[in-house]
Design a protein around this ligand. Structure first.
Ligand SMILES: NC(=O)C1=CN([C@@H]2O[C@H](COP(=O)(O)OP(=O)(O)OC[C@H]3O[C@@H](n4cnc5c(N)ncnc54)[C@H](OP(=O)(O)O)[C@@H]3O)[C@@H](O)[C@H]2O)C=CC1
Ligand SMILES: O=C1OC[C@@H](O)[C@H](O)[C@H]1O
Length: 366
């Protein structure tokens, strides 16, 4: 491929999302119409070398197997000079410590969502990335889907549904307490808000925070309620957040739950004076958007964008372009917004008196 830039990745942790990300990294970029950037996994680290090697053996294509180094600690991978960018796929409780160590080792970092456990940790990471002059981004993959980018343009530039009045944003996935352990534990920073609320917030922030009349202001009102898990009362099984955005005059209801799946026909609904935009399924992985305009009945236009893989490659492509161009953060999802998103979740937890163990909430003095 002429003229493309290849980003060399080191993968930290070998769980569910690491597998999906790895598979998307090795997918042919041409299948998604990309020719300017490409990806090469060069190292995988786990807390056990056998696990790291088994991951490579299972998922790397034959021609790459011997080219990817397995490490039995995360720290060792950070010393590997062939790694340009580290992808951190540990549970949320470890994101702050893992990212801090990677930044201090001079690595560019893409860290899975939620960025950290609280806004103070996120702010600290932002400062350290700046000091070390390296790239840093929270991996909210949804932001990089072609349909998400089209959504933002239709809503705010084309104003396709006129003046926005109300936003309903649901992201719920049924989890099994016996199987989905990280979700039902406080020491992995489990619970609906931090894990699923990130996606609820994507659509709230794109619709309200990014509304041109809002000028990136915080909501005027935020009121939140949580339902705790009877089997692990330290974490929330369902959380609902009402926000009012006075400048653009929008009322928003966001909800996230691990007690049920989102309804099959509508997870996001944005209502305006001329009609509404509906995302019918997969609020984290949008592949279909309905635009229903008032007029001769509710005319519906459906936008569909088939995803040739999981869809994590679009955020990886953005990271590769940023690093190629010497950028230290991404314009589509800058660090200030990650810190802001974490501050909203802090406020939701504050109103509901929800704290994680002190060693997880810990922030170094800065
Ligand atoms: N973007 C997306 O669509 C998704 C994002 N996520 C996010 O990715 C992160 C990881 O989620 P997921 O892959 O589902 O989680 P898993 O439990 O499947 O994997 C987490 C991995 O982290 C490592 N790890 C390090 N410390 C711990 C610990 N104390 N307990 C358990 N595992 C630990 C383990 O790898 P090892 O043993 O190799 O060290 C483990 O396999 C979360 O932040 C989650 O929110 C999750 C799912 C989808
Ligand atoms: O990011 C995520 O999206 C899908 C969910 O099933 C998963 O738990 C979550 O971490």
């Amino acid at each position: 491929m002429a003229g493309h830039f290849t980003l060399h990745w080191g993968i930290i942790a070998t769980g569910g999302i690491a597998e999906l990300f790895f598979k998307d990294l090795i997918a042919d970029p041409a299948l998604r119409g990309v020719s300017d950037v490409a990806h090469l996994p060069v190292a995988v680290a786990s807390r056990s070398i056998e696990k790291a090697q088994a991951f490579i053996d299972e998922f790397a294509p034959i021609e790459l197997k011997s080219e990817i180094t397995a490490y039995g600690t995360y720290t060792e991978l950070l010393k590997d000079e062939s790694v340009d960018c580290v992808y951190i796929a540990t549970p949320a409780s470890s994101h702050y410590a893992n990212t801090l160590e990677a930044l201090r080792a001079g690595k560019n970092v893409l860290c899975e969502k939620p960025f950290t456990v609280n806004a103070a940790q996120a702010k600290h990471l932002q400062i350290v990335a700046k000091e070390r002059n390296v790239f840093l981004m929270e991996g909210v993959w949804t932001r990089f889907f072609p349909l998400t980018i089209a959504f933002k343009r239709m809503l705010h530039e084309e104003r396709i549904i006129g003046k926005v009045h109300r936003v309903f944003s649901d992201f719920s996935v049924l989890f099994d307490p016996a199987r989905d352990l990280r979700m039902y534990r406080a020491d992995t920073a489990g619970g609906a808000l931090l894990d699923l609320g990130v996606y609820m917030n994507v659509w709230t922030l794109l619709s309200c925070y990014h509304h041109p009349d809002n000028e990136l202001s915080p909501p005027t009102v935020l009121k939140a309620s949580m339902l705790r898990s009877p089997i692990c009362p330290e974490i929330d099984e369902s959380t609902t957040v009402i926000t009012v955005w006075e400048k653009p005059q929008i009322m928003c209801i966001g909800t996230a739950s691990m007690m049920t799946d989102s309804p099959a026909d509508c997870v996001i609904r944005i209502q305006g004076t001329k009609g509404e935009i509906v995302i019918p399924i997969h609020g984290s992985r949008p592949e279909k958007i309905l635009v229903k305009l008032k007029g001769n009945g509710m005319d519906t236009c459906t936008l569909e964008y088939p995803i040739p893989g999981q869809g994590l490659f679009w955020e990886a492509d953005a990271v590769a372009r940023d690093i190629r161009d010497g950028k230290k953060e991404d314009e589509n999802y800058p660090l200030d917004e990650s810190v802001f998103a974490m501050s909203l979740m802090d406020e939701v937890r504050r109103q509901n008196n929800m704290n994680f163990p002190a060693d997880i909430e810990f922030v170094e003095d800065y």
